[in-house]
Design a protein around this ligand. Structure first.
Ligand code: BG6
Length: 484
């Protein structure tokens, strides 16, 4: 038995933007799966709130269709769908005006956990926070959930934080980075802090370098307008890759509690050196026989926005001085593959005369697909013929080690929404973390803009631009193969 359902209290969850893309693709299917797992208690209600004219029935129909389209796996069981839809309601609300707010307030019930999910453009965050407050819907137990992008630079992030802080305490604000909800990302903490084996070696003395790769095969997927204003740096590095870097590099928190964990992550971000322009490579994917180019996808032949970025980063503290972190992420790459690899140093001396090669251990943590952990170790090649050494992976693919149930990986949104209801902020970003991440990212982006740098073109289905390979080669290192 792998999964265990920890009950949560009954809740009223309002999803602003409840008819939108994210709600239909991710939030509502995630809630449905929690319902099917028996985690959504009897008496809970989910209220879609949006501008469209719709009643409960219309919303239920929309959600039913979303479940058919976006819930992975076999067709959902009709009785379960019916039961879930019965918990759904709809209120037409004008985020910037006054319509609908009184009705929404009347739906809120005393004694329930109350959460408001802002699945809308960040420009509406302030207005929603203010109206929730002025319509008497906020008590100390109320939570709000906000989606990325949380600003597009330090200034806008600060403004968002200020507008939310006017009506909510930091302990009520849940800033989602869905990477923190991924199963293996949490496993990172379990591996580091639940084993004696790794932590003593987890520093510059033993680790040669660390690679973090988040490669996607998809392009901008009809989000060209948003993406072209963001690019890989804002869309992926400032949040997802930065969070992975923090979890790998942070000191052990004294306990697994939201502020203890987030304090340590913040220290990592603040210890990041500014990145030299020569240590970053940007790219844009080109077309091939079947797929269009980045410039076609965003409908701007002059766009200088990157769909790929690779960089060398230094964490300036005692633990990591001298150990580079190489990060890369891109769209339309050769495989969908996200992994973190901790590459240890070579043995200082070989006692085996016939051993021509030098050996290093690599611990790789596969985020997706095929969640699992590999540890490359050096062993004697079996059979006669002397002491010949080879490197073999000790592979722990979760589904093999833990049985078929582990193949069903809980989606990040399922875990994160349930954490909101439980009131656990550990896997959410605190305001100061987000601001620190922007403070590090801003000068990099400003430098590109000031210099008018153009990204290098790379082939769709490749490992990224040539220069990103050179970024490693010049340090006598190599990127790991991208494969799913
Ligand atoms: C989102 C980005 O935050 O993460 C997308 O905006 C990206 O551009 C996505 O495709 C990747 O998430 P995942 O879970 O598919 O790795």
């Amino acid at each position: 038995m792998v999964s265990r359902v920890i009950p949560v209290d009954p809740f009223d969850l309002v999803i602003f933007g409840g008819t939108g893309d994210l709600a239909r693709r991710k939030i509502l299917p995630a809630l449905f799966r929690r319902y099917c797992a028996g985690q959504m208690p009897e008496g809970s209600q989910i209220i879609g709130a949006a501008r469209s004219d719709m009643d409960d029935k219309g919303f239920q129909k929309l959600v039913k269709e979303a479940l058919e389209e976006f819930n992975p796996g076999p067709k959902p069981d009709a009785d379960q769908v019916k039961g879930f839809l019965g918990a759904l309601h709809y209120v037409k609300v004008d985020a910037m005006g006054t319509d609908g707010w009184r009705k929404l307030a009347s739906k809120m019930r005393d004694g329930m956990v109350r959460a408001f999910y802002f699945s809308v453009a960040p420009s509406l965050f302030g207005a929603l926070a203010e109206r929730l407050h002025s319509n008497g819907m906020v008590d100390p137990e109320t939570r709000i959930v906000v989606e990325k992008p949380f600003g597009r630079d330090l200034e806008t992030a600060k403004a968002l934080n200020t507008s939310l802080a006017a009506h909510f305490d930091e302990s009520q604000i849940y800033r989602i980075d869905h990477y923190l909800g991924k199963e293996t990302v949490q496993n990172l903490m379990a591996i580091r802090f639940g084993n004696m084996l790794f932590e003593p070696l987890w520093n510059a003395q033993y680790v040669d370098h660390i690679q973090i790769t988040v490669a996607e095969t998809v392009g901008v997927q009809g989000r060209g307008e948003y993406y072209d204003r963001s690019g890989a740096m804002r869309d992926m590095v400032q949040n997802h890759l930065m969070q992975l870097l923090c979890l790998i590099a942070m000191e052990p928190p004294a306990k697994f509690d939201p502020d203890a964990v987030r304090d340590e992550k913040l220290k990592v971000i603040r210890a990041l050196d500014p990145v030299e322009p020569g240590d970053i490579v940007r790219g844009q994917y080109q077309s091939n026989d079947t797929q269009t180019s980045y410039l076609d996808d965003v409908k701007d032949p002059a766009s200088k926005t990157e769909s790929f970025v690779a960089m060398k980063v230094h964490v300036s503290n005692w633990r990591w001085a001298g150990t580079p972190f190489y990060l890369r992420t891109g769209k339309r790459m050769k495989a969908r593959s996200s992994e973190i690899a901790v590459v240890f140093k070579e043995t200082p001396h070989s006692i085996f005369e016939e051993d021509a090669g030098r050996h290093r251990n690599t611990l790789s943590i596969r985020l997706q697909p095929n969640e699992g952990i590999d540890l490359d170790v050096t062993i004697k090649e079996p059979g006669p013929g002397g002491m010949r050494l080879i490197d073999v992976p000790l592979d722990m693919t979760f589904s093999e080690a833990l049985g078929p149930e582990a193949e069903v990986v809980t989606d990040a949104y399922e875990r994160l929404i349930m954490d909101v209801i439980r009131g656990n902020q550990t896997l959410f970003m605190r305001g100061d973390e987000v601001e620190a991440a922007w403070a590090w990212t801003d000068p990099i982006i400003n430098g590109w803009e000031a210099r008018g740098d153009r990204p290098e073109q790379y082939d769709t289905g490749s490992a990224g631009p040539e220069d990103s390979l050179a970024l490693m080669h010049r340090d006598s290192r190599r990127w790991r193969e991208i494969r799913s």
